[in-house]
Write a protein that binds this ligand. Structure first.
Ligand code: AMP
Length: 332
């Protein structure tokens, strides 16, 4: 069975963009691959979260991933900082990662531009840590978006460089993979671009939020004044509502609103009410499971412990072999 590694940023609550764009794939993948999903809390230190914020975000993300259906007996769901082998391998790989190539990474240049006051060494060596996350489990496949393709290329560079330096065929070349042919892009409620946390509070529908909050956001979503001619092309903000409906509503419901749009009789208020209703039908059981998981410290502790044990089993095997290859041989 091929090994897949994917990181989850501990940035707090998951929204339905994360769910349909990423988590839904994890739910299928866990039965078809040897999956390591990790909460990337070491990565998040580049932005200096407070200890309380860091802990709460990790806790929330752990609870949510269990609640949505990651099966901790099937996959390995772990917290990055629970695996000390990761920072150790990162140290070794850093010795063969060069300043020039790290400075050329597009995401580093972007970060330097957007945040010139916080250009820390961790940011520069972010691709080395990402390579470590992948190489430590000798992963074959990594589900990455366009923005991470360069980092994956660097992972192959670092792995191959290690192999060449020590004249071994040790690390495999991890390939990018998109699980389904059509990548789901969930639009936001504010009419522009994809749903994201950075789009402001009105843009995203969070799995953990209650019905009133979500309904209010949907009812306030941007629309236009309505179609004036039959079969008119839908403006982006209206198309977005239809796209959101496609995620949670029945086909015939969507077709009815589509016909109403095309014959200019659509009432956006009714459409939004329907969307809010169908969204709630979808979200209610998930929200209840999230609340249960967050209340149950034992479940979270057991999940984190099991994940750490399984991840360390794989990571320590790699590290033992790497130490041997490098020449760290015990004198005692
Ligand atoms: P982020 O926390 O923004 O890094 O996103 C985590 C995962 O969710 C990534 O795999 C993203 O590609 C995915 N994702 C985030 N927002 C959306 C969206 N609006 N539509 C589809 N996928 C998304």
């Amino acid at each position: 069975m091929e090994t897949v590694v994917s990181g989850i940023r501990p940035t707090g609550k998951l929204h339905i963009g994360n769910y349909f764009g990423a988590v839904a794939n994890f739910l299928k993948m866990q039965y078809e691959y040897n999956c390591y999903f990790f909460i990337a809390d070491i990565h998040s230190l580049t932005t200096h979260p407070t200890p309380a914020d860091l802990h709460n975000s990790v806790r929330q993300v752990l609870a949510e991933n269990i609640a949505v259906g990651l099966d901790i007996d099937k996959c390995t769901l772990f917290i990055q900082s629970d695996v000390p082998e990761i920072p150790e391998l990162y140290t070794y790989l850093n010795m063969n990662a060069y300043k020039g190539e790290l400075e050329r990474a597009a995401s580093f240049k972007e970060k330097v531009r957007s945040n010139p006051d916080n250009v820390n060494a961790g940011l520069l060596t972010y691709p080395v840590l990402m390579a470590t996350d992948i190489l430590i489990h000798k992963a074959h496949k990594v589900p990455v978006g366009k923005d991470q393709e360069q980092h994956l290329e660097m992972t192959r560079t670092f792995g191959n460089r290690f192999n060449r330096l020590y004249n071994v065929e040790y690390f495999p070349e991890a390939q990018a993979f998109s699980y389904s042919d059509k990548l789901v892009k969930v639009p936001g409620l504010t009419g522009v671009g994809k749903m994201s946390k950075s789009g402001g509070d009105a843009d995203a529908i969070f799995l953990a939020d209650d019905e009133a909050v979500n309904t209010k956001k949907i009812m306030r979503a941007k629309t236009d004044a309505g179609p004036t001619q039959p079969n008119q092309k839908k403006p982006d903000e209206v198309q977005n509502l239809f796209d959101l409906m496609k995620l949670v509503s029945a086909m015939d419901v969507i077709e009815n609103f589509d016909s109403a749009y095309n014959n200019c009789s659509i009432r956006y208020g009714d459409m939004k009410k329907q969307l809010a209703y169908d969204m709630e039908v979808f979200l209610k059981p998930i929200r209840e499971k999230i609340a249960d998981a967050l209340k149950n410290e034992t479940v979270l502790a057991q999940a984190a412990k099991l994940g750490a044990e399984k991840a360390r089993e794989s990571a320590s095997k790699t590290l033992k072999e790497v130490r041997e290859i490098i020449g760290f041989r015990k004198f005692y």
